[in-house]
Design a protein around this ligand. Structure first.
Ligand SMILES: Cc1ncc(COP(=O)(O)O)c(C=O)c1O
Length: 379
């Protein structure tokens, strides 16, 4: 039998990563011996299983191949990429949209385009890991402000902005672990007042929040340097995009390694994303209904459990606190037919372990009733 020797210092690093808690396990849905109701994926509209999306992906794959075969500058560019980019740009009223194979990569590219080693990146305490990796890659100085705290944001800008450096504010519009919504309008006012750049990650909001699901930045988009969004969540496909003005877009095309030196988004995923864009545009009631259902879910859950529930929209977090107890709640839910994974440090702060629930379009009120009675039975 082949044996792999992992150097001892590497093992120590992995242990530190688990922050004294139980190591994470890769979830394998096929390993459950029964069907569970999904209460935690980001497939908010259930579009990943939509027949029209699958058909569009299949048809384009037959014509153009499953994978794109190379980067956008070699043979990877296809008409479907340009079509998706131009339709998104029109929908979002932006001059330029560029596609990326993933949101993680788009965020790294976004930060690298807007910041460098002389920049200060002032970021909300809860921004996604991909944005932090972007700051590292750009070699910028990272300064955190308290979550959604406008005063702290202004204090940090006043403290760190000098004539020698440039400043970039980085926020998400809907925070993935808290379910909290950022005060985007006020943040744009601050970025204008201090004349600094602003990047907004719309990963969990695009398709659902803001006017007609165009994101929470849409109404203030002229004051925002760059917006990132993904197709792997409400769009039910995969891949991501950056939206910005033509000048910043051209700068990205010419300089961004994360854009230039990667295999282009597969035509299948691009076709799926385009189909979801069309569906989201012509089913405006989807997001309205999802948000009103989410309010019902939050209200009912709060009636049946003694833990706080965070979340202003379709992401709700039951804050259990203790890691072990949260895992017990996950198991209790699993035993009773629900899949909702315990989110634990280092993804969230210590003692704030939680069950993160995502409310999806296909969850009906019978499911809610069943779920709350299962919650009630948890000791
Ligand atoms: C806020 C946020 N931004 C970016 C990403 C990365 O997107 P992708 O999954 O497309 O890489 C995620 C993924 O979970 C996210 O939650």
């Amino acid at each position: 039998m082949n044996k792999i020797n992992i150097p001892k210092n590497r093992i120590r690093k992995l242990k530190t990563f688990a922050l004294g808690g139980k190591p994470y396990e890769l979830q394998n849905l096929n390993s459950y011996n029964k069907t569970l109701i999904d209460l935690c994926s980001n497939d908010y509209f259930g579009l990943s299983r939509d027949k029209d999306l699958i058909q569009a992906s299949y048809e384009i794959s037959l014509l153009q191949g499953l994978g794109s075969g190379s980067s956008r500058f070699i043979t990877g560019s296809r008409p479907i990429h340009q079509l998706l980019e131009s339709q998104l740009a029109e929908w979002l009223n932006k001059e330029k949209v560029l596609l990326f194979p993933s949101g993680f990569q788009a965020n790294i590219a976004a930060i690298q385009a807007l910041a460098n080693r002389n920049s200060i990146v002032i970021a909300d305490k809860f921004i996604h890991n991909s944005l932090l990796v972007g700051v590292k890659a750009a070699q910028s100085k990272l300064v955190r402000f308290a979550h959604n705290d406008l005063k702290d944001l202004e204090d940090k800008i006043s403290k760190f902005k000098t004539n020698q450096n440039s400043v970039l504010i980085v926020v998400e519009s809907l925070y993935s672990m808290e379910g909290s919504i950022a005060p985007i309008q006020e943040i744009t006012k601050i970025s204008q007042k201090y004349n600094v750049e602003l990047l907004v990650d719309e990963a969990h909001a695009i398709g659902i929040l803001g006017p007609e699901g165009k994101g929470l930045s849409f109404n203030f988009s002229d004051c925002i340097t760059m917006i990132t969004g993904t197709f792997g969540k409400a769009f039910g496909s995969g891949g991501a995009f950056i939206a910005c003005n033509s000048k910043v877009g051209e700068h990205l095309i010419q300089t961004s390694g994360a854009f230039r030196y990667t295999t282009a988004l597969s035509p299948a995923l691009a076709a799926g994303a385009l189909k979801s864009l069309q569906k989201i545009k012509s089913n405006k009631e989807w997001s309205v209904n999802l948000l009103s259902d989410s309010k019902k879910w939050k209200k009912e859950i709060l009636k049946h459990i003694n833990y706080p529930v965070k979340g202003d929209s379709h992401i709700l977090s039951i804050i259990v606190g203790q890691e072990e107890k949260t895992i017990l709640l996950q198991k209790h839910l699993e035993k009773n037919g629900f899949l909702a994974i315990a989110i634990r440090p280092p993804t969230i702060p210590i003692n704030e372990s939680r069950i993160r629930l995502t409310i999806r379009r296909d969850l009906n009120l019978d499911i809610l009733k069943n779920f709350t009675s299962v919650l009630k039975a948890f000791k």
